[in-house]
Design a protein around this ligand. Structure first.
Ligand SMILES: [Zn+2]
Length: 469
């Protein structure tokens, strides 16, 4: 009993707080030095500048996708990564084409739209029908039988602006499931209010998910101001007739790749700390926030760790996933291919929520490791990072590993304005604040470095993960 009580007091941090079985004073000092160096390092901003300028849009299967894979390999090598390689990933290849939307009556005018990702095209002559407006999926299902037969369904529900992205989480069901839900009831087309919070006329795209039990029908998104205008036409009480054309089409599946690079750990028997982001983007913008910033943040974090002493004990593995946006091809392939190597993965982080700043440090780790997360948070507290809960989800690309019990460290970025530009033509470099992305890279660097130094096993999460406090 005496020794168990005494042991934590031996490992005292620079601030004088005991963290039990977590980090040595030397590691804590190195992490603080890493943080300060990161705050003076411009690599992340330079990388997102390079990716958005030299590659630009990079939707799965497109020439930009191939260019992005080459860009990633080239830059990982340039930054001194080891074992730089591709993991082949088969990806769908959907081509957007053009889309148009016109109100025929009662008050004729055209409105800009974007096809939802994966939408089928219409005939060249388009579709013309009366619309039926509903708020959301529940409202659609509550309609009387036959109400949407041969009609175009207009989903008018709004996305709530939130700091943590929960507003998007609630609203996005309509984009994913709305087209098939409407088709199952006999609708011939769908138009949605963009899943986004912007008030300009740029619509937000994003993937739909056709259900095999319903016919495939075309689906487009209107901007918020145009959705408001369409609502006013409906409010006139007169039937609202619209036409839409979509020239999107599916091409055969093609090859893309997860691009991987490592900062080798000093202990060859130690495990891997995975730091991920996705290399693909939607095509209307240049994927600066989604997810060029994430790519830049994780590459920079690992590059800074490479320059840190003491060197990391565990290996830092950066994985730039293929095709997150249109079916998570890269992360599913990764989770399948690592198979027996899964046991070598200690803990994972993902960056796919813009360019910062990080507001909180959340996690999803076994309860006995919460003091280690607290130690990490104390190092980044001077950057304005508060403690988060222990219910982090990582990001979409970590979902397959999370389901297998992989512990996660989840820096929570400020999402207040993220859904103003997400999946729009406005997702461009000017949205990235150089100061904020430096802070985010610093938080990821400190988190991944200390994750590599934890002297005990990260273990595995069992379900349910214990809630904090
Ligand atoms: Zn993303």
């Amino acid at each position: 009993m005496f020794t168990r009580l005494l042991a934590p007091l031996v490992l005292v941090t620079v601030s004088g707080i005991a963290y039990g079985q977590s980090f040595t004073p030397k590691d804590m000092a190195a992490a603080a030095e890493l943080r300060d160096r990161a705050m003076n390092d411009n690599t992340a901003y330079e990388l997102v500048t390079s990716l958005t300028t030299e590659v630009g849009p990079r939707a799965a299967g497109s020439p930009g996708d191939r260019a992005a894979v080459e860009w990633a390999e080239r830059n990982l090598r340039r930054l001194g990564f080891s074992s730089v390689r591709r993991m082949d990933v088969i990806v769908p290849h959907w081509v957007r084409g053009t889309a148009s939307f016109e109100v025929r009556s009662p008050y004729p005018q055209s409105m800009p739209v974007l096809a939802l990702g994966g939408s089928i095209g219409t005939a060249d002559t388009g579709l013309t029908a009366d619309i039926v407006m509903v708020d959301n999926l529940a409202a659609l299902k509550a309609l009387p039988p036959g109400a949407v037969k041969d009609r175009i369904v207009f989903f008018a529900g709004r996305t709530e602006r939130t700091r943590d992205g929960s507003g998007y989480g609630k609203a996005v069901q309509v984009r994913a499931q709305g087209p098939s839900a409407a088709a199952a009831l006999g609708a011939i087309g769908v138009v949605i209010r963009s899943i986004g919070t912007s008030n300009n006329r740029f619509p937000h795209t994003g993937a739909l998910s056709y259900n095999i039990s319903a016919p495939r029908i075309p689906a487009v998104a209107l901007s918020n101001p145009d959705a408001d205008a369409l609502e006013r036409q409906v409010a006139s009480g007169k039937p609202v007739t619209v036409s839409m054309t979509v020239s999107a089409r599916d091409l055969p599946q093609t090859l893309s790749a997860n691009v991987i690079g490592e900062i080798p750990g000093t202990d060859p028997n130690a495990e891997i700390v995975l730091v991920g982001a996705h290399l693909d983007s939607w095509d209307p913008g240049t994927g600066a926030l989604d997810d060029g910033a994430g790519v830049a943040i994780v590459m920079t974090a690992a590059k800074l760790i490479r320059e840190t002493n003491p060197k990391p004990r565990r290996t830092i593995r950066v994985v730039l996933f293929a095709n997150e946006e249109f079916g998570l091809s890269g992360s599913l392939t990764y989770a399948n291919k690592i198979d027996e190597e899964f046991s070598r993965h200690a803990v994972a982080l993902e960056s796919d929520f813009g360019a910062g700043p990080v507001l909180q440090l959340a996690s999803r780790v076994p309860a006995n490791l919460l003091p280690a997360i607290q130690a990490v948070q104390e190092v980044v507290a001077p950057l304005g990072v508060e403690p988060g809960g222990n219910e982090a989800n990582g990001g979409a690309d970590l979902a397959p590993l999370r389901r297998l019990g992989m512990p996660l460290i989840g820096p929570q970025l400020d999402g207040t304005n993220y859904f103003d530009v997400h999946h729009t033509a406005n997702d461009t470099l000017d949205q990235v604040d150089p100061e904020h992305i430096r802070q985010a890279a610093a938080v990821y660097a400190v988190s991944a470095y200390l994750a590599a130094q934890l002297p005990v096993s990260w273990g595995r999460n069992t379900t349910p993960t214990p809630a904090p406090n």
